[in-house]
Design a protein around this ligand. Sequence first.
Ligand code: MLT
Length: 410
Amino acid sequence: MALINDHYSKLKAGYLFPEIGRRVAKFAAENPSAKIIRLGIGDVTEPLPAAVTAAMHAAVDEMGRRETFRGYGPEQGFDFLRNAIAHNDFHSRGAKVAADEIFVSDGSKCDTGNILDIFGAGNTVAVTDPVYPVYVDTNVMAGRTGTADEGGRYAGLVYIPVTEANNFTPALPTQHVDLIYLCYPNNPTGTVATKETLQKWVDYARQEDAIIFFDAAYEAYITETGIPHSIYEIDGARECAIEFRSFSKTAGFTGTRCAFTVVPKGLTGKSATGDRVELHALWNRRHTTKFNGVSYVIQRGAEAIYSEAGKPQVRKLIDFYLENARVLCDGLRAAGLTVYGGVNAPYVWLKTPRDLTSWAFFDELLSKANLVGTPGSGFGAAGEGYFRLSAFNSRENIEEAVKRIQSFLS
Ligand code: MLT
């Protein structure tokens, strides 16, 4: 008999976004004339920048000619893309990251889950609360937790609240932890971490011999000066941090898939016998065994993001979504709501009116305003009473959404 991974039975019913999809599909089937606006999952709506599609077309043509056709590429990514990333995303900000420390992949959601393959089962894991659910669920799947309580908190995980009470600044754990997930700009709250905050975490991680998983998928949305875009802008981070980045929200790659993970050389973990082992070598082993690389065509498209033509096009795309976020924030505040985020991130985090629970507000908003958002409690117990709206949509839909919320609340 084939035994299953019993840890899966500890997971809460459905992954957050499919659960939202299920409720919306049911509502749509029962109300076929409703014009539903979806600001739930953070999925981009605007087309790829022209420089990106031009590069992809050229790459497709190369694949159609014998002389330029390519089969398997390097699993870690082509040098042309790794060099462009190292130069533009890190060197230009004074962060020391070498091209061969960059692993190109098909998504940072996948990588933040897959990275657990190279870490032992006995690690104590810290997550913020609220948190991007993938960090929690992948640890549950890997057997690093007990069961969940009523609020959805798993035994064995260390939860660090990030709420308005602490100005969305996570306090250091009061106990030892081995693995720490930090996501900045933050999904779901849309808030950012200052250099001082990140320095405290890096110092803590080095002192505790812990590893920080730094998810910077939304770094391109940072508008305020002085906010770090990479953990490697922080002194000592190379000795304690792995960083995850994605082209999904930066340049509209949610459908085409391209991302990367940085594992610095010299970063180590401990074996059961107490030896220091290079995490770069372990991740390289894992990556080359279980992954065959992102397609050449897509990597050429990603490279074009950094071209002279691509850079302003990408900026325009990000500015478009940031303007959506501003319209949302202004409109929600005018409707009397308390709102966070939306300045350095494409997410707006609001306090539900009338002390409604997150899911009660979700249901009301869907049925009365035909608007879909994401219940804060889906991101963790500390997200209860909050709600996330995504700025990824057309301007027309964002303006219409604001109107609907204002009339729904008036
Ligand atoms: C979100 O809505 O939180 C994101 O789209 C999820 C993701 O990037 O996987």
